[in-house]
Design a protein around this ligand. Sequence first.
Ligand SMILES: Nc1ncnc2c1ncn2[C@@H]1O[C@H](COP(=O)(O)OP(=O)(O)OP(=O)(O)O)[C@@H](O)[C@H]1O
Ligand SMILES: [Mg+2]
Length: 648
Amino acid sequence: MAVIEEKTVNEVKKRIGKALEIVGKFGSVVGFISRVEPAKVSEEERTITIEVPFKEYLESSLKGYCFPIGSFIGILNPLTSTVFLAKVVSVKRSDILAIAGIPAIHTPPSDITSLLTPLTIEVELLTEAKISDEGVIVETPIPAHSPIDPQSPVFKPNPDFIFEMLNLPKEGVDLGNLYVGGIVDDSVNVKLPENILYQHTLIVGTTGSGKTVLLKNTALSLIQNLQNKKPLVIAFDLQGDYMHLNIKNPRLEGEPVFKPVNTLTVILPVTKSFLENYVKPKLLEKLGSLKEVNIAGIVKLFYKTLIEEYFRNTYPEFKVRKAKIAYKPDGSKAYVYAITVEAEITVDNSKSECVVNIVPWSLNFRNIGYEVRNLLPIFSVQAYNLIPRVIDYIKDRHGKLSIGEFTEKILDKTEVRGRLVYNLERDLGLHRETVNHLYRCFSILCQTEILDARLEIEVNGGRYVIVFEEPNYYKLFTETENILVIDLRFVSMFSKSQFTETVVVYRILDRLFAWKNEAFMKGIETRPVFIIIDEAHNYFPQAGGEINKDVVERMVNKITRLGRVRGIGVFFATHTPSDLNDLIIQLTNTKIGLRSEEKVLERIGLKEFRKELELAPEGVGVVKSPALRTHYIMFKSYEPQTYHKTYV
Ligand SMILES: Nc1ncnc2c1ncn2[C@@H]1O[C@H](COP(=O)(O)OP(=O)(O)OP(=O)(O)O)[C@@H](O)[C@H]1O
Ligand SMILES: [Mg+2]
């Protein structure tokens, strides 16, 4: 063995002494890198062994800390002035006999002292960074690759060290707290920076795993944390969950991380049967209270009835303080634009004051034109391409029609040489099956009941009509404060088609994109828009059956690929990613897995977390994102920051 100069030995001693002096800045020392196991770091292997002396092991166990699997450990390598962050992958306790390799048949009677052995921990190295002599991290941490010397001190890291070594984003949307070894570390926030949100996010998790709570908190976090950019959050809401973002959570102890919003703007799609069966009977009951029957009086009754019924179905207890309606009378007709309600909402004796702007919404077939083909993903490719010609053909002959009238015209026939043929066959050369297919698709559009919806009231021989159309989208998207909820609850309840929600979602996404795109083309900056699509498999299914995947994928492409540079960030969530269109899996750069089965995790590339996630508590998840230096991180979302229906 070569003789080592005294100078070198002294230098090593000095460095080790220095390391022990400064290590306290990063955490509390709990052990040392093993002297008996080589500390090998290679391309494939980043696992090394740590020995925690029995005394330290005992002390920390008495404090309730036993190096749980998945928890973080820090290492300071004195000779290279490098610190490491590592994750515990295994923990081993051995009797002295096991260490000495004594066979079981020679086991002597029990002896407590033979238990006083070190704890052996295997850790996986994550990141490393150089430190100054003063113990300050002086560079951005990078993936671990440098050697580690035996006997280097090992410490239980403090939150600042973890935060810095994981190189966690400091700004952005706040998902919750770091979750390590089954414990929530509420001193470390897990955030996603704004730029990565435009590369879109997919959240999966079984029912009850906490997807909606995470999304609702995310909406509030976006509004609060990106406040200076005045972002608009648009949430498609099937269950009325997002309608509660304006109510305090009465079960929350202490101050919430995110405050409820003061104003909610709601698009309320109204179908014919919603108006006929939900609103009209109650309105008729009130007719007697009208002093004078005219359109203004009918509109007044309408909005009072709507507010009462709608609030009753949305909020546990409420008091309307003030309400008004924006509408335009036109003879015995009225066009309704918006209803503004100031109300006090009470949940478990906790009161919240808020403003709810309700925008009743229906599609006017005459205004949609060829766009209709992008709203229903079941037009065949051929029918899709023919729609402009068919629409023009029927319009030339009959003028602009309602959806019902138009649909019937598709089947118009003429006798040709003693045989009845469709006019579309004769004049446009369409195949008979294509005409039938078009008829079927347009009939489905009729069954959605979301086109040309109007409320007709006959009283004292007079007929009054309230008409619902689309809003001025430019005003809606530029002026809505904070959040726009698309309330889809009544759409599924009051319609005869399973595609009604899709029609609404596609139309609003299309109009949103059109607004963004126009501004983009003119070089005008617009506010960032974040879209929340819970239960996304409903609207963006896998190809198969009668679904025309081109229509689905065109919409996905528009909002994700083209949306990215136009300042649109989308959050998709689903409990069945196998039903979700593949393109969404490809086009979401950040994936979040909450409690899920292995198969589900595999589909989103999180299979290696199956052990952690198969039985994870509500709100616990793994986020995998290019924004994170370590690529993955476990977190627990905040408990519901606003009232959540199923929260017990
Ligand atoms: N971070 C959290 N902390 C505490 N409890 C939570 C948290 N997240 C969710 N929960 C609880 O889990 C319940 C279910 O959450 P949530 O409604 O978000 O589930 P989900 O995944 O959306 O389910 P579904 O697929 O049925 O809609 C909530 O009512 C709440 O009680
Ligand atoms: Mg949910």
